[in-house]
Write a protein that binds this ligand. Sequence first.
Ligand code: CO8
Length: 264
Amino acid sequence: MNNLKLDVADQIAVLTISRPGALNALNSETLDELNAALTEIEARDDVKVVILTGGPDKKDNPYKSFVAGADIAEMVNFSAAEARAFGMKAAEPFFKLMNMRQVTIAAVNGFALGGGCEIAMACDIRIAAENATFAQPETGLGIIPGFGGTQRLARLVGMGRAKELIFTCDNIDAAEAYRIGLVNKVVAKEELMDTAKKMASKIISKGSYAVSIAKAAINNGYDMDIKNAVEMEANLFGITCSTHDKTEGMTAFLERRAADLTDF
Ligand code: CO8
């Protein structure tokens, strides 16, 4: 892989988008590599959480940029058909981040602009370094957010705030992103990866199969009417009751001992 690094340790996969000369902007090659890496990870039982982050810039500053957007140099000459194809190319890995059975955490280590904010929003959880900057600057370029931004931003922060951010292209800092619910947590930049890994380890210590079913329940129910959503949840709850982890988790509680949860 030219623009992506994958490191697996302790059941955590760290995926680092690395295009130092372009502040990790997403071009077609990077999207293809991301899609291939996520396909591989999804099939691996030794990975339970994925942390997505950005590599250092060309001056080796690790906190300059998470992802500074889609690659403007690639997009500048796109026809309408090419632009649509580019959007759909991103949709595949972005939906994997959203729906794969493993939990996905964006560790936002700097600029998260345009497609950078959009890829962070496709993850389950976002942790930001205190110096991170978020924006959807697309309308200033004469385009709209095309990697799911018009949809996911409104779902995360509400329609009014999403419209303001997309119409004004305003940059917001990590504290404001936290205030409006765009990120889950803000930490000192030096603590970003440790915090993400600690959260990953905590999630891994729970029943991994239950966590993946809970993720599916939240995602699938989000756009359903509440009656059908609760029925869908009951069905998935039933499935979790057929697992080793359910028997072990509940028995351990009753026997006042730590549970040995193993199932995926
Ligand atoms: N695309 C391509 N190259 C980029 C990008 C980008 N998004 N961002 C930065 N770069 C490159 C710069 O061109 C520069 O290259 P070089 O050194 O060869 O001149 C290098 O990265 C370093 O950047 P700067 O010199 O500009 O660094 P600064 O510290 O001065 O500024 C900024 C940093 C503020 C992040 C600035 O680079 C910037 O404004 N970048 C663009 C941010 C942006 O507008 N992002 C949104 C892009 S549009 C988008 O994401 C749409 C997504 C949906 C597409 C859907 C298609 C269907």
